[in-house]
Design a protein. Structure first.
Length: 166
C-alpha cells in the first residue's frame, strides 16, 4: 500500500518564491513639489528619472509624464508625475491607506513632527490636504506614533516601537 504524501510534504518539495518589498509608487500632479518634499522632509535622494515609457506603462498609467525614484536607505519611492484632477480630501483617491516608518528613539518622533511643521510653514510646498500632524500618542504597550500627510495627501505614520515588540 502506497502512502499519499501530505500537503506539507508536497509544499516542502515545491520552491515558493519569497517576494521582498521594493518600492512604493506615489502618483502626483506636481512632481517637482513632491521631489522637493521627499528630499527636504525625509532626506531622500533622487536616484534617477525617466520620461519615456513602454506601451504597458502608458496603458496602466495614462497621462504619465515622468517617474523619479527617491531613496531613503532601503526604502524607494517612485514618484509618478501624471496628469490628473486634484482629489478632494473626502474622496478615496489615494493608492494606499498609509505607510509607516519606524524610528529608533521617541525623540525622533518629536524632531520629525517639528520638521514637518517647519517645512509646512516655509510656504515652499503646496499641500493637497491642509492638515497638521496629529499629536504623538502612546498606546498601552508603549508604542508611540503620529500621523501626517505628504504634499499629495497620502497618509504617513511615524512610530517608535520599544525593544522586544514588533
Amino acid at each position: 500500500m502506497s502512502e499519499t504524501p501530505s500537503a506539507v510534504t508536497v509544499a516542502a518539495q515545491v520552491r515558493v518564491p519569497r517576494p521582498r518589498f521594493h518600492h512604493v509608487g506615489v502618483q502626483t500632479n506636481d512632481l517637482e513639489n513632491s521631489v522637493r518634499w521627499y528630499g527636504d522632509f525625509l532626506g531622500c535622494r533622487r536616484a534617477w528619472s525617466l520620461d519615456k515609457f513602454s506601451e504597458l506603462t502608458h496603458s496602466r498609467l495614462p497621462g504619465i509624464r515622468e517617474l523619479t525614484e527617491m531613496v531613503l536607505g532601503d526604502v524607494r519611492f517612485h514618484l509618478l508625475g501624471r496628469a490628473g484632477r486634484k482629489s478632494e480630501p473626502t474622496e478615496s483617491a489615494v493608492q494606499f491607506q498609509h505607510f509607516c516608518f519606524s524610528v529608533s528613539a521617541p525623540e525622533d518622533l518629536v524632531l520629525l513632527r517639528r520638521r514637518w511643521t517647519e517645512l509646512y510653514e516655509s510656504g515652499r510646498y503646496t499641500f493637497a490636504i491642509d492638515e497638521q500632524p496629529t499629536d504623538i500618542v502612546t498606546d498601552d504597550d508603549g508604542v508611540q506614533s503620529f500621523y501626517t500627510y505628504d504634499v499629495n495627501g497620502l497618509e504617513f505614520e511615524f512610530t517608535f516601537v520599544p525593544d522586544g515588540q514588533s
